[in-house]
Structures are given as C-alpha cells and as structure tokens.
Design a protein. Sequence first.
Length: 442
Amino acid sequence: MAIIPQANLFSWQEIEDLGDLERLRLVLWHLPDEALMQVLERERGRGRDDYPVRAVWNSVLAGIVFQHPSIESLRRELLRNAQLRQLCGFDVLHGAKAVPPSWVYTRFLRRLLCHDDELQAMFDRLVEEVAEHLPDFGQVAALDGKIVTAHARGRRRNDGEHVKPDGRRDLDADWTKKVYRGRREDGTLWEKVTSFFGYRLHLFVDANYELPIGFSVTPASHSEVKEAHRLADRMQERIPSVLKRCEYLLADRGFDDGAFIRKIWDELGIRPVIDIRNMWRDGEESKLVSGKRNVVYTYDGQVRCHCPLTDTVYDMAYAGFEKDRQSLKYRCPALHYGLTCKGMGECSVKTAIRIRLSEDRRVFTPLARSSHRFAELYKKRTAVERVNSRLDQSFGFENHYIRGLAKMRLRCTLALSVMLAMALGRIREKEGQHFRSLVQAA
C-alpha cells in the first residue's frame, strides 16, 4: 500500500462499518506499489505537494474498484464521500477541497504512461505473491484473446496517409474481423462475418482460480497466435518460477498452430490442450499411421484399426504418453476391451503400438486428443471467458472512454492488478471462499 502517515482526529470505523470500502482497503493494503510510489515521488522532487502522489494514486485505484467510467465520476464521489477521501489519504482537515481538479489527474495519468515497466513489475510481483500462497496456482492455464472495442469512429486510412495526433482521435486502434461458421440441420453451411474496431487483450489465466498470470495488449488486427509466442517468451523471462509450474495450457482452435504447439511442449514442457481445426483439404477422412498397414488416424486424433479379414473398424485403447520416447501408446482393442476380432493373427498391431509425436505435431500431442482427460481439461478453458466477463462488467471495459494503445495498456494493467490484489488480500486474511469476488465485501 502507498502508506501515508497522518493524524486521525477520529476513526470512521468506530462510527459505522466500512461496507464497500472494505474492497478498496484490500487493494490498498495488498498491492505492492511502494517501488512505483518512490519513483513518482522522486520525479516530483521539491515541487508543490498540494495533491500528494500516494493519495492521487490511491484514488485512481478507487475509481477502478468502484467501476467509475470517468475521472469526473470519480471526483464527484470523492467530493461527497469523506470516508473514501480519508481511505485514499487526502487531508481530512481540508474536506472536499482536498480533492484534486481534473487537470491533476490528467497530468498524473500522463506520468503513469511513462512507467509501464514499473507497473508491469508490480503486476508480476502480485502473480508471484499469489503463487506463494497457492501451491497449485498456474498448473492449469488458459489462453485467449479478447476484443476491446473502441468507442470511436473507425476511420479507414489509405496506406501512407498521415493523421496528426490531437489527443481526441484513436489512431492506434484498428479493424479486425471474426468469422463464425457452422452447419444447419439440413446439412447446408452458414457463415457470419462481424467487424470490430479497437484493441485485443491477450490473456494467460489460471483455469482453476480464474486469475490472470500474464497479458499483453495490441491493436485488434494482431494475430492471437503470433502474440501468444511473444507472451510466452515474456513470461518465461519475467516470471519463470510461475511458468515452470504450468503443466497444461488450454486454448480454443484459434491457437491451433504447429509452431506454437511445438514451442510450449519442446521449450516450456507444457502439455497443449488446444482444439483442432480440420486442415485436410483433400477430403480424406483418415490417414495411415507410418509403418502400420491397418491403423489409421483422423484429423482430430482418433486412432483406429481395421480388421485385416472383415475390415471392421475399432477405436484403439489409449494407454498413455511415454515421455522418453515422445510417443503415444495405443493397445489392441480386442485384447483391451475383450472384443472378438477374427484377424488378430494377421494384424500389424499385435498387442500395442506407439505413435511418435512427429507423425503429426498438430494431431498428436503429449495428452492424446481422444483421451477423457483431454476432454475434461478442455472444459476448464471457459475460465478465461469468465475473466473476460469480469473485465467487461466489473471494470467497465464494455463502456469506456480510452483512446490510444498506451492508455489501453495502462488501464488493463491497473484492472488486472486490482483483480490480483483483491484476491491476494482475501487469501491473506483467510477469506479464501471469496477471493475471486470483485464485488462482495468481506
């Protein structure tokens, strides 16, 4: 917390319970922001200190905790709420006159934009502190991208056209499209294309606790997969101890990329649990496994054998992953399930086969796509959707006034840091049953 020594003439806690202010107290007491405060105070030097850095910073956090859509909304609340002013650290003797004018917040936020490294270090420290209290934090992670629409006119500029920044227009956001496809009951295909103008928040979250571990912000048109590579590298550099815990990474088919799957397993040792697209353009329903004349696999990882005599098709029994051989083991379905197969004597399977991951790195992953464990883990991918929902509903990203990539990155950093600080406070104060709650008071 940005602690401010001051003489308390009386304690508001003795008058009434803090209620909703308890949420802000959790954030202020458990946010590791001291290093940032010292940097900002050194920059101020011996200048006028009418509006202390720590009090203004605490009030900015209050605006995020209490979902204020604008600085003016926050100022109105500060002007009427003496409890909030005191908790933020403003001089109680000055009353409402202690509330900074709008231009103070404008300058303060502009200064914060120059300290992205310190803010990111604060977020990383929160992740590490949560990991210290939760031994399984980060073991199962989920990855996804979230569109944050910009409430500005999405002007399409011609290549090479220069537009002078004026502080009002959003020159960093850009356009992207989402294509939704499906099949109707009568077998016909449908397609829907939706356009968005804004930014994309790339989130790496814990799938069990629904808390952020890493993130990045880009214009909306940036590829999710390419940014996922950069995000993984950044996390490996900044929080290697937490990333080392990760055993499974869950993602939708938008991250179905051979290079990304190889990266997270070969370099990071994380098992990918990523949905797959059908990229077989030649119309094949299955392909032969190398060296096996009667064993085939489908695009989604189902391994089947054909009886050499009757051509009956059986699903082979998955028997686990052999890390030293980088192979998936499958057993003969007749022996494993007690089925009757007339061609067992002439079958190339005998009792079991091994399929190396190199057979097809997209299809064959360290956790077989056909296994029950894969399906069970993939259901947890929705954790990242719930984090996205909290950002929209509890932090105001559905209706915001943010213009510019740097400002959007700052707002995302503060929102995710508040989310982690509140969770950390709940955990430290033995209120683990509420540590994901952003609204409920202790």
